[in-house]
Design a protein around this ligand. Structure first.
Ligand SMILES: CC(C)(COP(=O)(O)OP(=O)(O)OC[C@H]1O[C@@H](n2cnc3c(N)ncnc32)[C@H](O)[C@@H]1OP(=O)(O)O)[C@@H](O)C(=O)NCCC(=O)NCCS
Length: 137
């Protein structure tokens, strides 16, 4: 379940817990509030993850998504992103993901995202950036 929020303090708390080595600073989130949308992924009891998206013209970009480790593999992220794709209006939904993040790539493929490009060594040697796009059916 997806809940729109502007509680960036809680988003940051989740980000810190999920992305232990690459969470954004509160300062970064404060700069993002005007140009991004924030959602909690909820298990109907409490926020267990989050999604950040950015609208650019008629397209959305998925900036960040994650769920707390204890709640993974229960379909929460798939369900939340499916809801997001169904309820937002856009021409295309884009994202970029590290080639090593096979879990996330598998998730995006399951949702219907297709591979549109690859930036070799974008994140360092041997770690490419994979570009994916969802086209509304
Ligand atoms: C990637 C991530 C968001 C997946 O969340 P999740 O809630 O566990 O995913 P779901 O349970 O909804 O799984 C949906 C699909 O994702 C893929 N997937 C999720 N976890 C996977 C795993 N451990 N191994 C392989 N595929 C996996 C599968 O395709 C799965 O479908 P299936 O269950 O039918 O096989 C979660 O692992 C996470 O938060 N990782 C750390 C943050 C991150 O890497 N975010 C993405 C980049 S910003």
């Amino acid at each position: 379940m997806l809940i729109k929020t502007d509680d960036i303090t809680k988003i940051k708390e989740l980000d810190d817990a999920i992305f232990t080595n690459s969470s954004y600073s509160l300062n970064t989130y404060e700069h993002m509030v005007n140009s991004n949308e924030f959602y909690f992924i909820s298990n109907n009891i409490e926020p267990i993850g989050f999604v950040v998206i950015q609208r650019v013209g008629d397209e959305y970009e998925l900036i960040k998504v994650g769920v707390l480790e204890n709640y993974r593999r229960h379909g929460y992220t798939y369900g939340a992103l499916l809801e997001l794709l169904a309820t937002t209006t856009y021409d295309a939904f884009l994202l970029e993901v590290k080639s090593q993040n096979t879990k996330a790539i598998s998730l995006y493929k399951k949702l219907g995202f297709e591979l549109t490009g690859q930036r070799k060594d974008y994140y360092g040697e041997g770690v490419d950036a994979i570009l994916m796009r969802y086209i509304k059916k």
